[in-house]
Write a protein that binds this ligand. Structure first.
Ligand SMILES: Cc1cc2nc3c(=O)[nH]c(=O)nc-3n(C[C@H](O)[C@H](O)[C@H](O)COP(=O)(O)OP(=O)(O)OC[C@H]3O[C@@H](n4cnc5c(N)ncnc54)[C@H](O)[C@@H]3O)c2cc1C
Length: 266
């Protein structure tokens, strides 16, 4: 295994659903001392063997673990525990090497006492600091990050938070400033306007926007296309990222994402 990854190992202390389509896994262990106090909102890599096991002792010399990226949703240095919230994928109960799903499968069946190794954490880019209004967009994979970002918005902030949720019951408790409107896309996702269409239907506000967007790859591209045509859009001041791609494992998504970033000229 690569030395620079420096995996830390944690034990599952609790698992429970925080909403119908989001499972929280609480992790604890001595290695938490190696995580910075501001780890909430940073991303980590969950490590698996090529067969999808969390027992990395079976990796041969030089063999890289399979990595899956997740956000630390809560971090409690005093209690020595932190949480990761996993979106339920609805692929059924089986997992195989071709289909992937190692992380979601692990999260759905893991129990207190199980162990997992993790690399990181690393920082996820935040909102630009100099802005007139905010536009925060995401699907459920970005909810842990969005909850933390919206919690630190100043009282005078204005703009929009646009969320793509599996159901109304997955709506997170957000304490938004009065000037920030929450727009939810839920219900029948076959017939409802897409996340990109919801974003495109919003009146564009005046002044410099701070844009933070993370969602499925195709949605991200459609949203980015729309945003890039708007006044005062400055790509370098925005965070626009895909967190997963329909039909592709994270390993394939990573390659597609890198090509997209290299070829994007907006
Ligand atoms: C910086 C960052 C932070 C992230 N934080 C979180 C987080 O906190 N919580 C979270 O749940 N996800 C998060 N993600 C997304 C997560 O990394 C991907 O969903 C990942 O592909 C899941 O790995 P897996 O092993 O379950 O599935 P993979 O093996 O990667 O994929 C297997 C199959 O599942 C599909 N799939 C993957 N993700 C989803 C999904 N969300 N819904 C439906 N189908 C899916 C794939 O298209 C593929 O067909 C984050 C991603 C990034 C880049």
């Amino acid at each position: 295994m690569q030395k620079r990854l420096q995996p830390k190992t944690f034990t599952v202390s609790e698992t429970f659903d925080i909403s119908p389509n989001m499972r929280r896994i609480v992790l604890t262990g001595e290695d938490i001392r190696q995580l910075p106090a501001d780890s909430a909102g940073q991303y980590v890599k969950l490590l698996f063997t090529p067969e999808g096991s969390t027992d990395l002792s079976t990796l041969t010399e030089g063999q890289r673990p399979v990595m899956r990226t997740f956000t630390i949703s809560e971090f409690d240095a005093v209690q020595g525990r932190f949480s990761i919230d996993f979106v339920k994928h609805h692929h059924g109960d089986t997992v195989d090497q071709m289909q992937g799903g190692y992380a979601s499968h692990w999260a759905m069946q893991t129990q207190a006492g199980d162990q997992i190794s993790i690399g990181g954490p690393n920082t996820i880019q935040g909102l630009a600091e100099d802005y007139d209004w905010v536009l925060i967009i995401g699907d459920m994979t970005a909810l842990p990050s969005i909850q933390l970002k919206t919690a630190s918005l100043p009282a005078e902030a204005r703009g929009y938070v646009v969320l793509d949720l599996h159901s109304d019951a997955d709506r997170p408790a957000l304490n938004l400033p009065a000037g920030v409107e929450l727009i939810l896309r839920t219900g029948d996702l076959q017939t409802a306007p897409s996340l990109a269409e919801r974003v495109a239907s919003l009146p564009w506000l005046t002044g410099k926007p701070a844009i933070w967007c993370a969602c499925e790859f195709s949605n991200m591209r459609a949203i980015r296309q729309h945003l890039s045509q708007q006044p005062e859009f400055d790509r370098k001041a925005c965070y626009i990222s895909s967190y997963w791609k329909a039909g592709v494992t994270e390993d394939g998504h990573k390659v597609i994402k890198r090509d997209d970033q290299e070829n994007y000229s907006g």
